[in-house]
Structure formats: structure tokens, C-alpha cells
Design a protein around this ligand. Structure first.
Ligand code: ADP
Length: 444
């Protein structure tokens, strides 16, 4: 095992070791979500709306025509294959396109149509004949900014004179040059630089300000303050919009600081349940033994598609090598890969080109592969205190009650980990049956 320990100035250690868990990186997850997204995410919940002025009528739309958009913009929307507004778009679009403009804070999980909504708002408010920045969108990373820019380009395909520019590190503008593009998408640091130091953007002329991925944004040091400095320099009539996939208190506090007099729209996430899942565990001596049990299960049931979770990268790699050596075809989704590589592995799996995916916690967060029928916890998810990580367990094997098919989950348990499993069973008040790996007939 390779492990290098470098003492810090304060004497603490950075352990650089393959054995480390993959680190939860919100921005990477968000990008991955975008790269593998194919369609809208559904929700059975109702959209909650909180109007800044509760007495004003509440409009919702069922079609894009009702929004009276510019012809070329409507064409762009249909060219993207959108037939009708998504659930949050039904409520958000009339507010976003109202006269006078209204501010909005909107929260709904990734994939529900937020980006498409604010891109539409920006494109509909832009004046193509005026050659200066009019819409400003802040994103947490370079890659996420590019993703949003792509949507602007696709939706604005027929808005021929509207152009996008990226205010991101590395995008150099020659001294003395002017920015004539109407829509600017960038990260807070560079945008701040372009506005105040380089005077490339005149914030007084911005009509629409979008803060996307607020939850990811506040997770990055300095971005909240930089965003607020930018917002403070905007004219009072500028429309301000904030989007977030999640809504912890910290996000909410930030949203309220940065968006004056907002309407608020929320769409609750579909809850995960273990109700449709038959859960089993196999008692094992050690890792080799777990591996053997896994192989028995592998042969014993006609597998559709399976995901196997390991706690660490190192374990995932070890398991992959073992299985390959034994002639099983598996693919490894690991944190060492670039986001693009990960997206391509997930895509292959989704397309059914791979049957078995081995991965760690973090990699598979938020990835819902609907056709997966079998989940194996090669290691139980535990937190740093070595207690069961209930949330991750639920994420790995839970399904949404409404859309979920029946599933099977297997837990490979070393004897000393049995108490953890019992805690999980109690926590979810659901039964996890012991299985003799030699006798697969026990599976109902
Ligand atoms: P979010 O920003 O909430 O993650 P997106 O705007 O990226 O959601 O939308 C998720 C996916 O659904 C994208 O592939 C997008 O092209 C698609 N989409 C968005 N709005 C609609 C719609 N009204 N009809 C069909 N597909 C849509």
C-alpha cells in the first residue's frame, strides 16, 4: 500500500492514499448529472409557490405559446424537442417573463427544467441589436458555465444576433477590446474582475442576473461574497433569479441576502423508499469470502444489471481486478476518472453495454439507473465515526415509490459488521434476511 504523509505547518498530516474515500464534490456531481441527463426528472409533488405579493394573481401555463415569446425563440424551444413546460416551468415562466420583471428564488432537484427556464428568460429579455452585456449568469465552475452556454446556444439557435461569452479564467480579452456579447456566463471571481478591475462589463446595464446552482456556489470559498458584491452593483430594476437543487438553511440565508423581494418556487424531491426492495445479507469471514459469496450470487441468479458498491477506491479496484481475472465482465466507475470518462461509463451502462458496474459511494451519488435490478453492498456504507451511513444506504438501494420497480439488494457482511446491519434494519424498520450463499433458492 502506497501512502505518503506530508506534515503541514501546524503539524497535522495530509494522508495521500488510495484508500481514501472519494471526496464529495458538489460541482463535479452536478456536472456529471448534466452530462448524463437525457430527459426531465418527474415529480409527483405539487409545486409550492410563495408570492412576494400574495394578492396578485398567480398564473401558470400549460403551453409555450401562452408565453407570447418571440417567434425565433419559440422555434428554438421546439427544435430542442420540448413540447410543453415542465412542472416548475409552468409556474416559473410566467413569473420570470412578467412585466415589470419579478425576482425569483427557485428550488427543485437537478433535471426538472431550471436551466431551460432561466435561459429562456434571458433570451426573451435580450435585445439583439444592442451590443453590450445585458444578461449575466453566475455559475460555480468553468465546466458548468459551458454547459449553460450550450443550452443558450441551442435554444437561441434562431436568435441569430444574440451571442454568449464566457467570463472564466483563461478566457483572455485583449487590452482595449470591448465586450459586445449580450449574454455573459461566468464564475464569480472572473466576473468580478471583468466588472470592477477591467471594466469590461457595465453592471448598470444588466437586465437579468442569474445565480445558478446556489448550493454549489456557497460551498466554494469566497463565491458567496463575490456574488453579493456583483449583485450590489446591479440596477434596482434588474431582474434577479436564483436557482438551487437543494435548500438547506445556508442556501436559503444566502438566497434571501442576494435576491430582494423574491417570489419563491419549490418542488419537493420524490422520496426514496425501501418498500419495493427485497434485502438480503450474507455473513462472511473476510474480503476473500465476500468475494466468493458475490461469485455465488453472480451465478445463482439471472442478472439483469447490477451495481456493486465498495467503501473505498482501493477495494473497488481490487474487486474489479479479481472479477476480471475470473472472467466476469465488469466496469469500474472510479473517482480517479475525469467527469467525461465517468459520464461515458455511466452511459455505456445505461445503454446496457455493460452489465455490472463496480463503484464507490460518491461516484454513484445521484445517478439513477432505472433498469438496475440488483444492488450489492460489497461494503456497508459507514460514516467517519464508523456508524452506519443510513442516507447512503438509502441512496444506493432505495427507489422512488412511484416510478420504482422491484429490486434486490445484497449486503456482504463480515461478522463484526453485523451490528451495523442490524442498526440499518432498525433504522428503516425493514427486514434484511440472511442468505446462505450456497443456496440461492432461498431468494423469493
Ligand atoms: P435543471 O436545470 O433543473 O437541472 P434542465 O433545464 O437542465 O434542468 O433540464 C433537464 C433536462 O430536461 C434537459 O435535458 C433539458 O433539455 C430537458 N428539458 C428541460 N425543459 C424541458 C421541457 N419543457 N420539455 C422537455 N424537456 C425539457
Amino acid at each position: 500500500i502506497k501512502s505518503t504523509a506530508v506534515p503541514n505547518i501546524d503539524g497535522s498530516l495530509n494522508i495521500e492514499d488510495d484508500d481514501e474515500d472519494d471526496i464529495v464534490d458538489l460541482a463535479t456531481n452536478s456536472l456529471l448529472n448534466k452530462l448524463i441527463r437525457q430527459s426531465l426528472v418527474e415529480s409527483s409533488h405539487r409545486v409550492e409557490v410563495l408570492q412576494k405579493d400574495p394578492s396578485s394573481p398567480l398564473y401558470s401555463v400549460k403551453t409555450f405559446e401562452e408565453l407570447r415569446l418571440k417567434e425565433e425563440l419559440l422555434k428554438g424551444i421546439y427544435a430542442m424537442g420540448f413540447n410543453r413546460p415542465s412542472k416548475i416551468q409552468e409556474m416559473a415562466l410566467p413569473m420570470m417573463l412578467a412585466h415589470p420583471p419579478q425576482n425569483l428564488i427557485a428550488q427543485s432537484q437537478s433535471g426538472t427544467g431550471k436551466t431551460a427556464a432561466f435561459v429562456l428568460a434571458m433570451l426573451s429579455r435580450v435585445n439583439a441589436l444592442e451590443l453590450f452585456p445585458q444578461c449575466l449568469c453566475l455559475a460555480p465552475t468553468y465546466e458548468l458555465a459551458l454547459q449553460t452556454g450550450r443550452v443558450v446556444e441551442r435554444m437561441g439557435k434562431f436568435c441569430v444576433d444574440v451571442q454568449v461569452m464566457y467570463a472564466i479564467r483563461g478566457n483572455r480579452i485583449p487590452r482595449g477590446a470591448e465586450v459586445t456579447k449580450q449574454i455573459i456566463i461566468g464564475t464569480p471571481g472572473t466576473v468580478l474582475d471583468w466588472c470592477f478591475k477591467r471594466k469590461l462589463i457595465d453592471l448598470a446595464k444588466i437586465r437579468v442576473f442569474v445565480l445558478d446552482e446556489a448550493d454549489v456556489m456557497i460551498d466554494t470559498q469566497g463565491f458567496s461574497d463575490q456574488s453579493i458584491r456583483i449583485q450590489r452593483a446591479l440596477p434596482s430594476e434588474c431582474q434577479m433569479l436564483l436557482f438551487s437543487a437543494t435548500f438547506e438553511d445556508s442556501v436559503w440565508q444566502f438566497a434571501e441576502r442576494i435576491i430582494p423581494d423574491p417570489n419563491v418556487i419549490k418542488l419537493r424531491k420524490e422520496e426514496l423508499t425501501l418498500n419495493n426492495i427485497r434485502q438480503y445479507y450474507v455473513l462472511c469471514e473476510d474480503r476473500k469470502d465476500k468475494y466468493q459469496a458475490l461469485c455465488n450470487i453472480y451465478g445463482g441468479i439471472t442478472i439483469g444489471q447490477a451495481i456493486i458498491f465498495c467503501q473505498t477506491r482501493r477495494n473497488a479496484k481490487w474487486l474489479t481486478v479479481e472479477m476480471m481475472q475470473d472472467g466476469h465482465q465488469v466496469s469500474l466507475l472510479s473517482g480517479e476518472l475525469t467527469v467525461e470518462q465517468r459520464a461515458s461509463i455511466i452511459q455505456r451502462f445505461r445503454d446496457g453495454k455493460e452489465k455490472v458496474l463496480i463503484t464507490t459511494n460518491v461516484c454513484a451519488r445521484g445517478i439513477d439507473v432505472k433498469q438496475v435490478t440488483i444492488v450489492v453492498n460489497f461494503d456497508l456504507p459507514v460514516n467517519q465515526a464508523k456508524e452506519p451511513d443510513y442516507e447512503t444506504y438509502l441512496h444506493r438501494i432505495g427507489r422512488t415509490g412511484r416510478f420504482g420497480k422491484k429490486g434486490l439488494a445484497f449486503n456482504m457482511i463480515e461478522v463484526d459488521k453485523l451490528p451495523l446491519l442490524m442498526k440499518i434494519q432498525d433504522h428503516f424498520n425493514s427486514s434484511i434476511k440472511q442468505l446462505d450463499p450456497e443456496d440461492m433458492d432461498e431468494i423469493e
